[in-house]
Design a protein around this ligand. Sequence first.
Ligand SMILES: Cc1cc2nc3c(=O)[nH]c(=O)nc-3n(C[C@H](O)[C@H](O)[C@H](O)COP(=O)(O)O)c2cc1C
Length: 459
Amino acid sequence: MTDQNSVKPLRLGLFENAQANDSGTATWRHPDNGRYLFDKLEYWRDTARMVEDAGFDFLFLADAWGWADVAGERPDICSVEGLDLPRLDPAIILAALIPETTRLGLVATGSTLLEPPYSFARRMATLDILSGGRIGWNVVTTGTADTAVQGFGVPMVGHDERYLMADDFMQVVYKLWEQAWEEGALERDKSGRFADPSKVHRIAHDGPYFRSHGYGNTSRSPQGTPVLFQAGASPAGREFGGKHGEAIFVGSGSVEQLRAHSSAIREEAVKNGRAADEVKIMSAFAAIVGSTEEEARRKYAEVADAQNPDVTVASYAWFTGLDLSAYAPHTPMSELSTELSQTQVARFADKTVGDVLGDWHAHGVGARPIVGTPEQVADRMIELADGADLDGFLFAPVIPPASTVDFIEHVLPILKERGAIVEPSSEPQSLRERLIGTPTPALADSHTGSQHRRTMSRV
Ligand SMILES: Cc1cc2nc3c(=O)[nH]c(=O)nc-3n(C[C@H](O)[C@H](O)[C@H](O)COP(=O)(O)O)c2cc1C
């Protein structure tokens, strides 16, 4: 039963990136930007502690490989503006944050195109074990520049086939996380045995893309499978997300666009035998907050004006492989196609190349910021969540960390006052219990990955 005045409780994550800029924009020169020091541990420690204390559910680290490749070279603008490279490895940053936090979920991005599943499964399990079950994995198929695969020396795979490959990858890691070591296998009894051999099993996988045979390299972690995040937006991506995703990121947009997206994902979940609300849908969300609307607009104009058109061309090329500077400005975007990020072409279907250069220049790939007073931002969040059936937001700071500080100081208290944010449990909780609401840290029984779980051990 819902009370007329009740507000949907929102989950909150912080979007971060272990690089100077987010992909697609350059804001590192802004006086309030602290992320230009992304390679200092202090930046991550301060950010993680700040959002944990504020009650965020998790810190998310995006990740990607490759660089913008226009006319066969990495354009100088990328070095001048710190675009795409250099980066740090998100999983290692998360490891460093485990002792700095106690309740915060820690979510790393990992690519099914480029990571070997056997070693990737061990890395995630290690993080989950050391953090006591606070780890999530954002499953990406790496749909950006071809340069991502050049460094690895492997061929690029077509868009939809990357999702087939990802599905095969999932089968390997589910076997390793759910099947190889049963819960309670470790006895550590100095007068007896370290592990119970009847609870340690060989796995066997011979799939179309991956093979793996033998014993898992790590014992079962508190959650087994880390909480699975996904953000595929294409039909193949939504299908994959509805099957495997537990939390799904969607981009920003109008109530109608977000509602269409969230209901498409929930339908996919239902097709996979899951309840529609079992999948938590979180929209990327950015805000520029001012004490008045005018102040907020002025702050936003400062950010948009500081963008460089060359950054736009290089960023768009990184996402899509398309060099927009080579097309006449009146060219309809519907004439362009890519095997890389189709979303970044489809979202401009009714626009021209010139429009995109203008739009991208101002807003980049990320969420279009809500610009206004704290009350206006809070109102919009509640309106979007209720209207589009969202479960929460992934707050993406336009200027990290200043925009996060503004949000925490000015918007969050209003959301809390309106009952839209639930205080975390005082008991230690796994990320899955906290974010997805499962009764235990394990994958829900209705989730496809749990089919690999052993329910009975040999005695
Ligand atoms: C909030 C959000 C975060 C994302 N983070 C990443 C990321 O860290 N790395 C990445 O390669 N792709 C990331 N993506 C892109 C998606 O994984 C996906 O490739 C994109 O939405 C296009 O979907 P499609 O591949 O189904 O066309 C993100 C998307 C969203 C909306």
